[in-house]
Design a protein around this ligand. Structure first.
Ligand code: ADP
Ligand code: MG
Length: 303
């Protein structure tokens, strides 16, 4: 279990994190969300022991995770960290990079393990390609495979799919998180993508103004977004009678006391997102078909 106890940290002038506490059990997956600059990357770096804490403690089981003042080598044995900028050897092959932390003592086992990892990150065809010839997304996949090669007990991922295109993202995400769950590897992922969170995280914390403003299951926070920041993370939303209502929770009906005037329809594939005006305020709702500008739409709130 990882225990983060009342940690605070500032870069020279600016306090980034203030009195942060949470726990992550063995095999549990936690997401860290928050606006750009809210301290997600800093928090992951602190968990890895990159900087010395100003206050508080971080424990993995009974072991204190200490910063550079107390440690020559940053990063504990049992932990791996995949940064936003990945650290790979450009002039060697994908296979060699993935095998960096694997023992050469049993070469056959090493090759088998590398092949298994290539499958997890869907890079089998690139095994012998030099890393410098890869795209950003492919490099990110190599970095992920390298990090899970020695089966850490806990892995820290900083926006792990940010360079990976939509064609690959969905299947890679399923494959990676499934692998980590099967091996009971704890995982902390900093992300701005709700799809990393909803299906794959046991818990999520929300960082804002140096604090944790929410810590709960994704399901609970989706259903009870306490503020705009949380609601906007999950999707298009409206504030109606001081409640947060997602665009998909407003349905067009024959008559109701919510009468909106259509302004614009945006094609979204299996639905249209409709922008409308309700008592002079802009609102959004979803609808099966396009609606004409200027038409009335009566809305009902369904949950
Ligand atoms: P996030 O990952 O949520 O975007 P970061 O942890 O990268 O946020 O940054 C949090 C804040 O700390 C930002 O205001 C950023 O400018 C600042 N910051 C990040 N790294 C450094 C650094 N090495 N030195 C000084 N300030 C930094
Ligand atoms: Mg970041």
């Amino acid at each position: 279990m990882l225990q983060v106890k009342k940690i605070s940290f500032r870069y020279k002038r600016k306090t980034v994190l203030n009195n942060i506490s949470f726990i992550v059990k063995a095999g549990e997956h936690l997401s860290i969300i928050g606006e750009s600059g809210s301290g997600k990357s800093t928090l992951l770096k602190l968990l890895y022991g990159t900087y010395d804490l100003d206050k508080g403690h971080i424990f993995w089981k009974d072991e204190d995770i200490l910063g550079p003042k107390h440690n020559l080598i940053i990063g504990p044995e049992f932990m791996k960290y995949v940064a936003q900028e990945f650290d790979l050897m450009p002039f060697t092959t994908v296979a060699e990079n993935i095998g960096t932390f694997l023992s050469n003592f049993y070469p056959e086992e090493k090759q088998e393990r590398i092949n298994e990892l290539l499958e997890v990150v869907e890079l089998v065809a690139y095994k012998d390609v030099k890393v410098k010839e890869l795209s950003g997304g492919q490099k990110q996949r190599v970095a992920l495979a390298k990090a899970i090669a020695r089966q850490p007990e806990i892995i820290l991922l900083d926006e792990p799919f940010s360079h990976i295109d939509n064609f690959k993202k969905q299947s890679l995400r399923r494959s990676l998180f499934k692998y980590l769950k099967e091996k009971n590897i704890s995982c902390i992922v900093a992300t701005h993508d709700k799809d990393d969170v909803l299906s794959f995280s046991d818990n999520m914390i929300v960082l804002h103004n140096t604090k944790i403003i929410a810590n709960n299951t994704p399901k609970h926070l989706y259903n009870n977004p306490e503020n705009k920041l949380i609601a906007s993370f999950f999707g298009e939303f409206n504030e109606i009678n001081s409640k947060f209502v997602y665009a998909n929770q407003l349905k067009v009906v024959d008559h109701s006391n919510l009468k909106a005037i259509v302004k614009q329809s945006y094609y979204k594939g299996h639905y249209y997102l409709i922008e409308a005006s309700l008592n002079g305020k802009t609102i959004f709702f979803e609808h099966d078909i396009q609606l004409k500008k200027g038409n009335n739409a009566f809305l009902n709130h369904v949950s």
